[in-house]
Design a protein around this ligand. Structure first.
Ligand code: SAH
Length: 357
């Protein structure tokens, strides 16, 4: 068997052009080790050491031949480093992760009784600029790569020393503006990290044609759509992109999603006191969703510095819930966790906030 010297290959390409290995499937890793002149079974070993043992460098893979390990230290696996970590009173942990190009993103680890949910970012920043969301206030830098999304899950898994059970694509960024990497990351989280498709949720504000395209991949994941308003006039005030992609079109595309996938859609609805939380809004919302296989997830507003929206009180929230229930709409309220660490929905930005740990 001929062993291709890895170092000379590394020399011949600029290091930053070597794609990190994280996110690669068993087949991809097997092909890669073979390209490096190694036997195919090393692909399986590499897969196990990357995803199960969570090594950060090929040099640490003790089952690999010494010489290859020494040569392979330059091959990036693609793990980030924890730049900052803040723990909220409810044990939610917010991480600021530093990427290879020094960009910072946010990831949140949310432990509950039996579950460990990770909220991942899909972009550095976000271009959507929704009025009530902190991420949008900071502008947009770039899409995240497959490995940078998968890394967030491994980082939380490693830090909690517990297997991640659920992943929600609800961190910084708009996933459907980065469909290729999001789809690839979903596949890897499912097949390489071992998280069930039904425990993966992608949340979108809605990008024209992308929900239909997403549906065509026929994944068994959950799609959540950030609706936030029961009529076009209000929605376009809150969400700039709604001007060119009206509510009616978005709902029509969501109906197609249900038809194609046979899965119901979750609609997220932020509750802003006096803006969209009145009983008549609930009635309008019920009308929009009548006959639709869906579920409404109400998110009481989490305060951010730049705008002066208010969170409705519990009575107002319950009144909204009651109207929806009377209208036979499946509904739940998501009291966001991690508020004190600025880790709750809509509070993600690349600053440390006021709380250090
Ligand atoms: N861009 C995607 C992913 C973000 S998910 C999307 O819009 O769906 C984060 C969820 O939290 C979205 O529903 C978002 O609208 C909501 N959100 C944003 N700002 C919020 C805030 N200040 N309080 C509560 N929820 C907020």
């Amino acid at each position: 068997m001929s062993v291709t010297p890895l170092v000379s290959q590394v020399d011949s390409v600029k290091l930053h052009e070597i794609p990190p290995l994280l996110g690669a499937s068993l087949a991809e890793l097997t092909a890669w080790v073979q390209q490096q002149g190694q036997p195919a079974y090393r692909g399986k070993q590499l897969h196990e050491w990357i995803y199960q043992k969570q090594v950060r460098s090929l040099a640490d893979i003790s089952v690999f031949p010494k010489q290859w390990r020494a040569e392979a230290t330059e091959i990036p696996i693609g793990r980030s480093t924890i730049h900052h970590r803040a723990v909220a009173a409810d044990a939610t942990v917010k991480y600021l992760l530093k990427l290879a190009d020094n960009q910072i993103i946010e990831t949140v680890g949310i432990p509950t009784d039996k579950r460990l949910t990770v909220c991942v970012s899909t972009q550095v920043g976000c271009p959507m600029a929704c009025d009530f969301c902190a991420t949008g206030k900071g502008g947009y830098k770039r899409n995240l790569k497959r490995y940078e999304i998968v890394d967030q899950v491994l980082t939380v898994q490693e830090d909690f020393q517990q297997r991640v059970s659920n992943v929600v694509f609800m961190g910084m960024g708009e996933p459907l503006l980065n469909t290729e990497n999001v789809l690839a990351a979903l596949k890897s989280l499912n097949q390489d990290v071992g998280i069930g498709a039904r425990s993966l949720t992608v949340s979108t504000v809605g990008i024209r044609d992308r929900i239909r395209e997403f549906a065509q991949h026929n994944l068994q994941i959950t799609l959540a759509v950030s609706l936030h308003a029961p009529n076009q006039a209000l929605r376009k005030q809150l969400i700039p992109s709604a001007r060119s992609y009206p509510l009616e079109d978005l709902l029509a595309e969501c109906r197609e999603y249900v038809e194609i996938t046979g899965r119901r859609v979750t609609f997220e609805y932020i509750l802003l006191a006096g803006v969209n939380d009145l009983p008549e809004h609930a009635l309008q919302l019920a009308k929009c969703l009548r006959g639709f296989q869906s579920h409404v997830n109400l998110i009481p507003y989490n305060p951010i510095a730049e705008v002066d929206y208010k969170r409705p009180n519990r009575d107002r929230i319950q009144a909204f819930v009651q109207v929806l229930k009377q209208q036979q709409i499946a509904v739940s309220v998501r009291y966001s966790r991690g508020l004190e660490a600025d880790a709750a929905c809509g509070q993600l930005r690349t600053s440390k906030g006021n709380h250090n740990s």
